[in-house]
Design a protein. Structure first.
Length: 114
């Protein structure tokens, strides 16, 4: 079972990034998926959720209207399109299924700075 996040980087405020998370080892299309983020010294927080079919999505208040979660079940991949990025979006971003796997991927670092 594996989760591999990618797509992070260093961007300026107002710019965009698209994160990807490719899963293996379980039936991806059977599970809702979640994006989380974590900064040093803080607990991991949920950012966005998508149901197994992709028919429903949910967002943290802090990212609603700026981030979009989507998935491609044929590719076992979930995406996070992040627009209008702010310095407070700086974090390591992780994905996991719901219910969560015990193990987490390595995450992908997003840094928003001018």
């Amino acid at each position: 079972v594996q989760l591999v996040e990618s797509g992070g980087g260093l961007v300026q405020p107002g710019e965009s990034l698209r994160l990807s998370c490719t899963a293996s080892g379980f039936t991806f299309s059977s599970y809702a998926m979640n994006w989380y983020r974590q900064t040093p010294g803080k607990e991991r927080e949920s950012v966005a959720t998508i149901t197994n079919s992709g028919g429903s999505t949910y967002y943290a208040r802090s990212v609603k209207g700026r981030f979009t979660i989507s998935r491609d079940n044929a590719k076992n991949t979930v995406y996070l399109q992040m627009n209008s990025l702010k310095p407070e979006d700086t974090a390591v971003y992780y994905c996991n299924r719901i219910p969560s796997l015990q193990g987490w991927g390595q995450g992908t670092q997003v840094t928003v700075s001018s």
